[in-house]
Design a protein around this ligand. Sequence first.
Ligand code: DC
Length: 220
Amino acid sequence: MKKIITIDGPSGAGKSTVAKEIAKRLGFEYLDTGALYRAVALYLRRKGFDEGISDEDLRVVLKDVQIVFNSGHVYLNGEDVSKEIRTPEIGHYSSVFSARPVVREFLLGLQRDFPKHHNTVAEGRDMGTVVFPEADCKFFLDASTEERAKRRYLQLRQMGKEITEEEALKDVIERDRRDSSRDIAPLKKADDAIYIDTTNIDLQQTIDLILKNIEQNCFK
Ligand code: DC
């Protein structure tokens, strides 16, 4: 098995940008597991399904789904859907469907296979607790709800999406509640993860802090 660094945390904590940069600096591959859940949600929405889908139907439908994550892009049955998955609707449904054990089971093998081939920085909600409990180094990135809503708002506006600050805050609160309260693999800091509150520090400071920690504590 190759080296694994995990970065977990709630939405809007800055995980993606930080994980990507850490991977680049270390020469590791970056695995965005939120993108995998989003690709599943996109497939299910395209087929017209919502939260009412039964476990049995989910199992049958997922038999036709192949997801690949490669060099920062996510492919759904061969189609690069990296852009299509970044809408508020798919964000919402990825959180909804990710609470379903059938979906989590479906993505587990895919996630665990990834570091068999590359040293990996894996980002998500349950990387340090469920998917890679034996990771070499674990981080949990957090920030206040208001700060995360502000970042989510700016990010979506930058992507040209129509959203108000109020809607962004509502979305962050709702997703926190759903991602933290689900029965299976809820968003939770692993006991051995290093907690970093990014409310009052910028991305560069967060990256520097993580790199310093990796240098001092990982791969001994
Ligand atoms: O990080 P993100 O916003 O792209 O993730 C989208 C949703 O996917 C998130 O609301 C919860 C779910 N998710 C998960 O349950 N477990 C992961 N490891 C990653 C994401």
